[in-house]
Design a binder for this molecule. Structure first.
Ligand code: PLP
Length: 418
């Protein structure tokens, strides 16, 4: 069976393609570094989860933070997707992409007054609230605007997910969510907030989780909370938002078993009057993207061979930030293999895509593809060392279009005031 992380990026006669487009041609036409995305992969992954939840009324809210290009958002909303946002900027993007406000859910521990105002003016579906002071602020802002704010309480279920510690979010020591013990206190406070309507419970336990069990545990705990809230008179609390975090296959490990997960969810919530929301980001965008980068130099030292490329940690930070594996493939396959470090031009030793990795033989000027780079790639890119941000190209079948042009040197200084 083909590795799912390579499904949409395949070799034909020794050349790497995304869908039906040769990536060497993309690199030549648009230059490097460039992010390329398979629209089919985006839609397939969404459809997979959408079908899996078809036994329940539900809404899939694509997590904008994972890849926020407006063209991607537009494509996803046209497919029927809602959006999970975490800032005023993401609300702005979602609306600009044509997403209906009632399909937008808004999480994040640090919502500012102006962001709350924007959310209420926009008329989003609900806020996922992370603390009592936040709920109090939303109540105050809603009062000043004479609106009612629909909220879910994000509970911290204290579930351990087997993933990198920077991206676990459902443990007691994490800053996210409200502990179960505090709930009675929060509920009695909400009862005195006339501009707040509690309609749901939210959990999000972390990212890149490939096992199903932590989701089952979180779902069970969230459901217990909903039962308790009902007993406290919160009759309208019927939305269960299970968050995102569904893992993808970066290497040869397991990928997330959607069918098994769906069966478990079915068992846990069957016959209950629940509207289900999930917030997948990486699951939809991760395998959909690759970063194309050109080899500048091949540098041999006493102990290593460095492949120095024109992209790096500033444009894909996952390897250095999370010690994450990103598969590196030569766009034109060559005979033989060698063990190399694939590194960027940034003045940091943490600037690498792969270390001591066996890859296909590589020469100066070859184009390499860093696969599974569609999530938290461009979205986390910076201009560090004054490298302009890369271009982005969306592929559909045998067609391709530029969805973000490459930044220029002028762009780098345009907001600086002399
Ligand atoms: N929902 C919330 C509240 C999140 O914090 C995140 C990621 O940080 C996501 C959804 C998306 O996570 P993933 O891309 O792992 O699905």
């Amino acid at each position: 069976m083909m590795n799912s992380f390579r499904e949409y990026f395949t070799y034909r006669n020794g050349k790497l393609y995304c869908e039906d487009v040769s990536l060497e041609e993309i690199a030549e036409e648009y230059g490097t570094p460039v992010y390329v995305y398979s629209s089919k992969c985006f839609i397939d992954k969404f459809t997979q989860q959408d079908k899996a939840l078809s036994n329940h009324p539900h809404l899939i809210c694509y997590s904008v933070k994972s890849n926020s290009n407006i063209n991607i958002l537009r494509m996803m909303q046209e497919a029927g997707c809602g959006m999970d946002v975490v800032s005023g900027g993401e609300i702005y993007r979602a609306i600009a992409a044509g997403v209906k406000p009632e399909k937008i859910v808004y999480a994040g521990v640090g919502k500012t007054t102006s962001e709350i105002e924007l959310a209420l003016t926009t008329g989003i579906r609900m806020f996922n609230c992370e603390s009592l002071p936040e709920i109090e602020r939303i109540n105050m802002v809603a009062q000043s605007m004479n609106k009612t704010a629909r909220i879910a309480i994000r509970v911290n279920p204290d579930v351990t997910a087997n993933t990198h510690h920077y991206i676990t979010t459902g443990r007691k020591e994490n800053k996210f969510g409200i502990s179960m013990q505090l709930l009675p206190h929060i509920v009695s406070a909400i009862k005195n907030m006339p501009y707040i309507k509690l309609i749901g419970i939210h959990v999000h336990i972390g990212s890149q989780i490939t096992e199903v069990e932590p989701f089952e545990e979180a779902c069970n705990k969230a459901l217990d909370v909903m039962v308790k809230l009902k007993a406290m008179g919160m009759d309208e609390c019927t939305t269960l938002n299970l968050g995102g975090g569904f893992g993808i296959q970066y290497n040869d490990g397991n990928s997330f078993d959607v069918a098994r997960w769906a069966t478990i969810i079915d068992n846990v919530i069957k016959d209950k009057n629940i509207f289900l929301i999930i917030e997948p980001g990486r699951y939809i965008s991760g395998s959909s993207g690759a970063l194309l980068t050109r080899v500048q130099y091949k540098k041999k030292t006493d102990t290593k061979t460095f492949i120095i490329v024109d992209s790096g940690m500033h444009q894909l930070i996952r390897p250095t930030l999370y010690q994450a594996y990103q598969h590196v493939a030569n766009v034109t396959l060559r005979e033989g293999k060698e063990i190399v470090d694939v590194v960027g031009p940034i003045c940091e030793s943490g600037d690498f895509f792969a270390k001591d990795r066996e890859i296909s033989y590589t020469m100066q000027d070859d184009c390499l593809a860093v696969l599974s780079a569609g999530a938290y790639g461009m979205a986390m890119a910076s201009r560090y060392n004054s490298h302009p941000l890369p271009a982005e190209v969306l592929i559909e079948g045998n067609t391709h279009k530029l969805i973000r042009s490459r930044e220029t040197y002028e762009d780098l200084i345009t907001r600086e005031r002399v």
